[in-house]
Design a protein around this ligand. Structure first.
Ligand code: NAD
Ligand code: UGA
Length: 475
């Protein structure tokens, strides 16, 4: 590290990975730093083409506020390219925003993060970069990854030098632009103080200096995993309480509010639901569990395992309840699935609770009609394929279709299940929908967004997560 002299005039940034993190993060940097030229590269040509598409509705990532920023910056100081090697070669700073999913085979399969893509990037950077380059880990990685990166980067020649920083991303999908524009903190871990200063200066163009935290590289890497583990733990905690509410007559919203007013607990992240989804919580928890096992900390590892177990149980208990309430069989029954994204305001379906709930119901022979305002049918096909679900040849396995028309999905349905908290589901007029549903009709609201006033005026029997069921309906 002694030999590293940071680039004198930082003017070119390259980001490897044009996904949910790379795209929005770099767009916000470009927007706030007009003097920097930011280029996002990806091996996925289709994704790059989509980022370059004239029609902003075709961007590969849906995030409120993103289109406006892309419109302002694209072609001015923000570029999307497939020319990975060239952009690496000319960059002063390279951000790594590639995927780090859970390993599917080999050592640590099912727990450890697969660092294949990080390693490929490191090799490419080591080959194509010129001069002194700052390499920034933005992907979420296990502790000590920076060391692996440094080792690979420094193998090629003695006329190029690298400084590795850890700068994990804390944005949440659906609110990514706001999170990036007004972050709670920006975390930068590293050894080389000059490199840290350069990266801090970029963020300080729009982030208050007090919010820029600098640490050693290992603290930074572990803080990211820990933050996600704590957030996931809160969801499993409140979901475990939701089950007690259903047994006792307590109301989970009232309980969340009551405990959240305690400043030490805080009101955020206490919404009970069908379990956490998204590409990161489970992956990062598994990664943490793997680390604990690696360092022979079985008690700590079991503690975090519990968070995942409750999350899986929450999804399963919802599917079981639906089957039970529909007289123990779903064979030939039409069920409307409202929402396939893992949360509202995103088109991301990775690890969405909907995938698992749908599969459980298909296993029971249900005929699912799925609706989501932002998700495409091809994504659902891919998700079922990735999880080896949707086996139409299996005896008794149900069927599914997709529509963007809520009425079509609900018409003749025996039951509707709200799985994603999209705004449009909270404004559904159930008095109207009752007329087109099959009788007796059921609504299962796993997100507590349905309009209970409208529901009370109907003969639809409804179940709201974390509330005692009211089956007192006359047909
Ligand atoms: P993503 O899958 O949406 O995007 C990753 C992109 O990297 C893909 O388009 C892929 O083609 C590209 N890529 C992979 N290897 C490449 C290579 N060698 N050269 C060029 N391109 C390559 O993933 P994401 O959701 O953006 O997540 C990226 C990282 O950020 C992960 O480590 C994740 O844990 C972390 N993270 C994600 C979020 C989130 O909300 N999604 C938030 C914080 C952190
Ligand atoms: C999460 C973290 O919030 C981000 O800080 C982090 O950067 C990111 O993971 C990451 O590392 O990928 P994200 O997964 O995009 O962000 O979305 P969240 O808002 O955290 O929601 C995750 C899941 O938890 C969703 O399925 C959501 O519906 C669920 N959730 C969230 C609840 O069930 N209840 C809540 O109160 C909050």
């Amino acid at each position: 590290m002694d030999t590293f002299t940071p680039p004198k005039n930082v003017s070119k940034i390259c980001c490897i990975g044009a996904g949910y993190v790379g795209g929005p993060t770099m767009a916000v940097i470009a927007d706030n730093c007009p003097d920097l030229k930011v280029t996002i590269v990806d091996v996925n040509k289709e994704r790059i083409d989509a980022w370059n598409s004239k029609n902003l509705k075709n961007l590969p990532v849906f995030e409120p506020g993103l289109e406006n920023i892309i419109e302002r910056t694209r072609g001015k100081n923000l570029f999307f390219s497939s020319n990975v090697h060239y952009e690496i070669q000319i960059a002063d700073i390279i951000f790594l925003c590639v995927n780090t999913p859970t390993k599917s085979n080999g050592l640590g399969a099912g727990k450890a993060s697969d660092l294949k893509w990080i390693e490929i990037c490191a090799r490419e950077i080591s080959t194509y970069a010129k001069g002194n380059t700052i390499v920034v880990e933005k992907s979420t990685v296990p502790v000590k990854t920076a060391e692996v990166l440094k080792n690979i980067l420094n193998t090629k020649s003695n006329d190029k030098f690298f400084s590795v920083l850890s700068n994990p991303e804390f944005l949440a999908e659906g609110s990514a632009i706001n999170d990036l524009q007004n972050p709670d903190r920006v975390l930068i871990g590293g050894e080389d103080q000059n490199s840290i200063k350069i990266l801090s200066q970029i963020y300080s163009k729009w982030v208050d200096k007090n919010k820029i935290i600098t640490t050693n590289v290992w603290s930074s890497e572990l803080s990211k995993l820990s933050a996600n583990a704590f957030l996931a733990q809160r969801i499993s905690s409140i979901n475990s309480i939701s089950a007690i509410c259903e047994k006792t007559g307590a109301d989970i919203k009232e309980v969340s509010k009551s405990i959240g007013t305690d400043k030490r607990i805080g009101e955020k992240f206490l919404r009970s639901g069908p379990g956490f989804g998204g590409s990161c919580f489970q992956k990062d928890l598994l990664n943490l569990i793997y680390l604990c096992d690696f360092y022979n900390l079985p008690e700590v590892s079991q503690y975090w395992e519990g968070v995942i177990q409750i999350n899986n149980w929450q999804k399963q208990r919802i599917s079981r309840l639906v089957v039970e309430k529909l007289f123990g069989t779903l064979n030939g029954k039409k069920i409307a699935i409202l929402g396939f994204a893992f949360k509202a305001n995103t088109n991301d379906t990775r690890e969405s609770p909907s995938i698992f709930i749908c599969n459980d119901l298909l296993e029971e022979g249900a005929n699912l009609h799925i609706h989501d305002p932002q998700v495409q049918e091809t994504q659902i096909i891919q998700e079922f394929k990735d999880h080896s679900f949707n086996n139409p040849n299996k005896e008794g396995y149900g069927s599914w279709e997709f529509s963007k028309d809520i009425d079509k999905v609900i018409k003749d349905a025996n039951a509707a299940i709200i799985v994603t908290e999209w705004d449009e589901y909270s404004s559904i007029n159930w008095q109207e929908k009752e007329k087109i549903m099959s009788k007796p009709s059921w609504l299962f609201d796993t997100r507590l967004v349905s309009n209970s006033k409208s529901l009370e005026k109907t003969n639809i029997t409804y179940w709201r997560l974390g509330n005692k069921i009211n089956e007192d309906k006359n047909y």
